[in-house]
Structure formats: C-alpha cells, structure tokens
Design a protein around this ligand. Structure first.
Ligand SMILES: [Zn+2]
Ligand SMILES: [Zn+2]
Length: 143
C-alpha cells in the first residue's frame, strides 16, 4: 500500500467516523489540512484543490461541514479571516492550542502549549475559561 492510499483511507475513515459522507472533495480537503503545519484560509485550501477542479463554493461548504462535525477548528486570529485546521485527537473541540501571528507577513504558527501561572490566573477576578491564546509579534523572517 503506498502512502497516498494510506492517507486517503485515513481521511475517509475520519470523515465517516463523524457521520459525514466521505466525498472525494471532502477527502481532498482534509488531506490538504493534514499536510499543513499551520491553519489555512479558505483561499489557501481552494488554491491547493484547484488542480482537482473542486470549486471554491464546494470547498467552503465542506470546510464548514467539517467544522460543524468537530473535525476541523475554525479560528479568527485577529485579521478577520477564518482559518481552518484539524482538531488533533488529544485536543478538545471547544479549546485551541496557542497561535503565533506575525504582524508583518501574517504567517500563522501553531504552538504546543503555554502555561499560565497562578499569578496570571488571579490577576483578574473575571478570569474564567480560556478558549484561545493568541500571540502577536515578528516572525524569524521579519525580525
Ligand atoms: Zn513574518
Ligand atoms: Zn493551530
């Protein structure tokens, strides 16, 4: 079995496991995001799928279907653009890992974890549940 076949059958099983139909377009969309190391915009995913002749509206619908099914996470990282990424198995659907956004080139990077100390948690009494941590700065290319 070559790697391509393995990846496609993983995508098919993953999509079917959440109760969606594993259409060729959905499989291709999920594989684009699997091969990305950072969240991708609708435009970026569409560009990757253009060679398969999957139109933008279909990509948009499939991305949102997979968000609804808790397969993908949709985040808005301060620039009013939705970005999509696969929710890792060990993650929960309603929380996200931290992201770093470069204010110069707009590159988004996924981060492993950021630990908040007890001091940061008690700094404000309004502190509830954190659903997203967003860091902004200059990436290595733009420093
Ligand atoms: Zn940059
Ligand atoms: Zn991420």
């Amino acid at each position: 079995m070559n790697q391509d076949t393995t990846a496609r059958s993983w995508a098919r099983q993953t999509i079917q496991a959440v109760g969606l139909r594993a259409t060729a377009a959905r499989v291709a969309t999920l594989l684009v995001l699997r091969d990305s190391s950072a969240p991708r915009t609708h435009a970026e995913v569409s560009a990757c799928l253009a060679e398969y002749e999957i139109d933008k509206a279909t990509v948009f619908r499939n991305l949102n279907d997979m968000v609804t099914a808790n397969l993908l996470r949709r985040s808005e990282l301060g620039d009013h653009v939705w970005r999509f990424e696969i929710i890792a198995e060990e993650e929960q659907a309603h929380t996200s890992h931290p992201h770093f956004v470069c204010v110069d080139c707009g590159t988004v990077s996924c981060m492993q974890e950021i630990e908040l100390t007890n001091k940061s948690k008690t700094a404000s009494r309004r502190f509830g549940q954190v659903t997203e941590i967003l860091l902004r700065g200059h990436c290595r290319d733009c420093v």
